[in-house]
Design a protein around this ligand. Structure first.
Ligand SMILES: [Zn+2]
Length: 199
């Protein structure tokens, strides 16, 4: 069994990390409502700044988790968990994007509990994200924690900044992929990973 306290710390060294000022966020949301022509003190809008501030705070606060390693029986085939649902916040529009991640690795000496793969996705989904960075961060975390022979991450998401406004591409899904190690260099392994994706 191994633990990774240093790694757990590194997970929280996010570039955006700074103290959250909930009161200032509530004032700012009230100011936004006023700037958009609404009276933030009127009726059911009165509680909106608090609700919005708390919603944003929840969505940008990463859930802590620890990687714990199972004793493996020298399993050396790909481990893939597909269709892990997530919701994140687009850092360009502050609107949600949501979808699924398919995450897998080809083990080296370490195996990780399957639920931890979903936890890695949930951890990195919190924050102001862009999908490409989210995909890379999930892969990087698995590489660092597991030192696997290969890592694959496929993220498919609907972005509200595209579907609810702008070009209104309501059914468009954006797909991003990262393949590292054996999953990048071994076409047969990658094909098996891709084949495990939901269609
Ligand atoms: Zn956006």
């Amino acid at each position: 069994m191994m633990s990774t306290p240093a790694h757990a710390t590194a997970l929280h060294a996010l570039p955006d990390e700074a103290p959250i000022d909930r009161d200032a966020a509530m004032v700012a949301v009230g100011d936004l409502l006023a700037a958009l022509g609404f009276d933030p003190d009127e009726g059911d809008l009165a509680e909106t700044p608090r609700r919005v501030a708390d919603a944003f705070i929840e969505m940008i606060t990463p859930e802590p988790f620890e990687m714990t390693f199972a004793n493996g029986d020298a399993y050396d085939e790909p481990v893939v968990v597909r269709g892990i649902p997530f919701v994140s916040l687009c850092r360009h529009h502050l609107l949600p994007f949501r979808g699924t991640a398919t995450v897998g690795y080809v083990p080296g000496d370490r195996l990780v509990g399957l639920s931890k793969l979903a936890r890695v996705v949930a951890h990195h989904a919190r924050g102001l994200q862009v999908q490409e960075a989210l995909t890379v961060q999930i892969a990087r975390t698995l590489e660092t924690a597991l030192e696997p022979r290969g890592v694959g991450v496929v993220v498919e998401a609907e972005h509200l900044c595209m579907s609810a406004r702008g070009v209104r591409t309501e059914t468009a899904l954006t797909m991003t992929t990262v393949f590292r190690g054996a999953l990048a260099t071994d076409p047969a392994l990658q094909a098996r990973f891709i084949g495990a994706r939901p269609v």
